[in-house]
Ligand binder design. Structure first.
Ligand code: ADP
Ligand code: MG
Length: 630
């Protein structure tokens, strides 16, 4: 062994993923070839682009291609490309570690799912890429040379804990990956990947649209006993997006989606469109069937691929897709852009902005037309992201509001549209009521809903953090104000009821003033409530106050926000409240009364799913009281 060989350990997460691959949990092993070809294709795209941008780059781009070579006797399969290649550090960084966010989380889910017969969909959410080779190989050798560098790097691993890495003087430009195949085993759905027809079939099925030639040298019977060798191109190389919709079948779309998205699951919806006129473009877009793990990660992959007249320009082109549609995958081929365009210029480019506007309209229209069943899936996965659009994209507020689905007190099993809510509104109901909070359960049991329930008014139940913000921002739907059940004064009473409350208010005036003073550290006011029927008390905010959830959210993001004091509302029909009033009138011990007030406030917080400032103090007072009544 030369002293240039180093043995390194895989990063812990990478090692765990490899374990899963070696003891393969994925039944369709053919896809390893798709992954290798996909990487090779990306490498060719990158080299072509690099040579366009950097005229001094010493790289031969005259015959960019992918080559598959089989050695039946040695049972090896090699996939070779003459693309961008990797430096030594890149090999260590890209192949030896997993940089994707969400890895740890994925592995935890996988471990949990393992007992339940680990599901391949989970691994599919991640796209293990290169590691898929270890499903079929017991050793993998990678030889690579980065464009512009003179020496190369040889990497080898059996997929266990370690890999070896070695600098080599001689290496052809690009990358070759050699798989030392496991013994063929037909029972285990493991094809013989040294057989020509298997390779042909797998390439055709998964990689036909790859824009670069995928070549293989095959033997053909010649004259007499002689065989001749000829090199064939296995794929048709047709750019799917440039074809018309009826020329492409569903399976082709699906494989193309997997190539651009690195997802292993099929897309939920395919959008194939063409723009003519001032700005010519073709777009092939996909809505995934599940959210990626990095959907909310600031560094997550986003955006679609940008091509200019079939030439790949960049992956993750965020200028083409608004942030709230960051999960959309696919390709946009804009015809009239310069090949040298930079990310910064793209953001300003008039053509790109026009294309983006049309893509957004089309996506929103597609979502609106989607069959109920798929839309339900879509909304579960991406609803929370789409709602961000209500903050970002004021041009499309109407369309976005029509896409919103929300849980509601109307039907616990179904989400509702805003339209359907409005159609169900009761006579005399002028506003759309909603409640926000962390979970459906706490909201439904929260005292805030009591009066609405008693009146038979429907309340929307909103549990995504973004909900708090968009309802405020949008303010109304179809001319009906959106109104929080936990904010401001509610006006649900009849005139008769109002008169009664008015009278009660007088009786309570003294108690309320006293309580407001006693609880001054916690609340800004104590008043009588029109929203309670069963609970003694609840806490509410002023109409434009920040809600506790929002406060928490801002703090979690590291922002300083002032603590908002809320309002304690009492139910004058509850014996605890009437009792308190009597005790106060009769001049009871103010210390004991103050404790009762504190308990009342604490209970109101707990009832809405909130947190007590000092839980142990609360428990102590409560236990004392209980001790006197057991
Ligand atoms: P992904 O393709 O999703 O990024 P992979 O595991 O397939 O994940 O590959 C990891 C990285 O290794 C790629 O992003 C790429 O940078 C690098 N890589 C893999 N194969 C090649 C190749 N043939 N040529 C150049 N770089 C490659
Ligand atoms: Mg890959």
């Amino acid at each position: 062994m030369s002293d240039r060989v180093e043995t390194l350990e895989f990063q812990a997460e990478a090692r765990q993923l490899l374990q899963l691959m070696v003891h393969s949990i994925y039944s369709n092993k053919d896809v390893f070839l798709r992954e290798l070809i996909s990487n090779a294709s990306d490498a060719l795209d990158k080299l072509r682009l690099a040579s366009l941008v950097d005229k001094d780059l010493a790289a031969d781009t005259s015959d960019l291609h992918i080559e598959i070579e089989v050695d039946r006797d040695a049972r090896t399969l090699t996939v070779r490309d003459n693309g961008i290649g990797m430096s030594r550090d890149e090999v260590v960084g890209l192949i030896g570690t997993i940089a994707k966010s969400g890895t740890a989380e994925l592995l935890r889910t996988l471990r949990e799912a393992k007992d339940a017969g680990a599901s391949p969909e989970l691994i599919g959410q991640f796209g293990v890429g290169f590691y898929a080779t270890f499903m079929v190989a017991d050793k993998v050798t990678l030889l690579t040379r980065r464009a512009g560098e003179s020496g190369g790097t040889r990497w080898e691993s059996a997929g266990e804990g370690t890999y070896s890495i070695e600098a080599v003087d001689e290496a052809p430009p690009g990358t070759s990956v050699t798989l030392h195949l496991k013994p063929a085993d037909t029972e285990d759905n493991l094809h013989d990947y040294t057989a020509e027809w298997t390779i042909r079939e797998v390439v055709k099925r998964y990689s036909d649209f790859i824009a670069w030639p995928i070549r293989m040298t095959v033997e053909r019977p010649g004259e007499g006993d002689a065989t001749t060798r000829e090199t064939q191109t296995l794929n048709s190389m047709k750019a799917l997006w440039a074809r018309s919709r009826d020329e492409v079948d569903e399976a082709e779309y699906q494989e193309f989606y997997k190539h651009v998205s690195h997802d292993w699951a099929d897309p939920l919806e395919t959008i194939h469109m063409r723009g003519e006129g001032t700005f010519e473009y073709e777009a092939l877009l996909f809505l995934p069937s599940h959210a990626p793990l990095d959907l909310f990660a600031p560094q997550g992959r986003r955006g679609v691929q940008l091509y200019v007249k079939r030439v790949f320009i960049m992956a993750d082109c965020d200028a083409l897709m608004p942030n709230y549609l960051r999960f959309v995958k696919g390709v946009v081929d804009a015809h009239d852009l310069s090949l040298n365009i930079s990310r910064e210029i793209l953001q300003q480019d008039r053509q790109i902005r026009a294309v983006r506007r049309r893509l957004v309209k089309k996506i929103l229209a597609t979502l609106k037309e989607m069959p109920a069943e798929s839309y339900r899936t879509f909304w579960t996965e991406f609803g929370a992201v789409v709602k961000e659009g209500l903050l970002e994209d004021t041009d499309n507020t109407e369309a976005l509001l029509d896409l919103v689905r929300a849980a509601s007190t109307h039907d616990p099993a179904e989400l509702t549209t805003l339209r359907a809510y409005v159609e169900r509104m009761k006579d005399g109901q002028r506003e759309i009521y909603y409640a926000t909070g962390e979970s459906r359960g706490t909201i439904e049991n929260s005292p805030h809903l009591e009066a609405f329930r008693a009146k038979g008014y429907e309340v929307l139940i909103l549990t995504d953090p973004v909900d708090e913000v968009w309802v405020e921002r949008v303010g109304q739907y179809d001319g009906k104000p959106l109104r929080s059940v936990a904010k401001g004064q509610v006006d649900l009473e009849t005139d008769e009821e109002k008169a009664k409350t008015e009278a009660e208010r007088k009786d309570y005036a003294e108690l309320l003033t006293w309580l407001t003073g006693a609880l001054a550290d916690s609340v800004k006011e104590v008043r009588l409530s029109a929203r309670l029927t069963a609970s003694p008390a609840c806490v509410v905010g002023d109409a434009h106050d920040m809600t506790p959830t929002l406060e928490k959210m801002y703090r979690a993001m590291g922002q300083e926000v002032p603590r908002v004091k809320r309002i304690l509302e009492l139910n004058p029909a509850h014996p605890l409240v009437t009792g308190l009033r009597k005790a106060h009138e009769q001049g009871a011990d103010t210390e004991a009364l103050a404790e009762t007030a504190e308990l009342l406030y604490g209970m109101a917080l707990l009832a809405e799913g909130g947190e007590l400032a000092d839980p142990s103090r609360f428990t102590r007072i409560l236990a004392d009281r209980l001790a006197r009544t057991v």
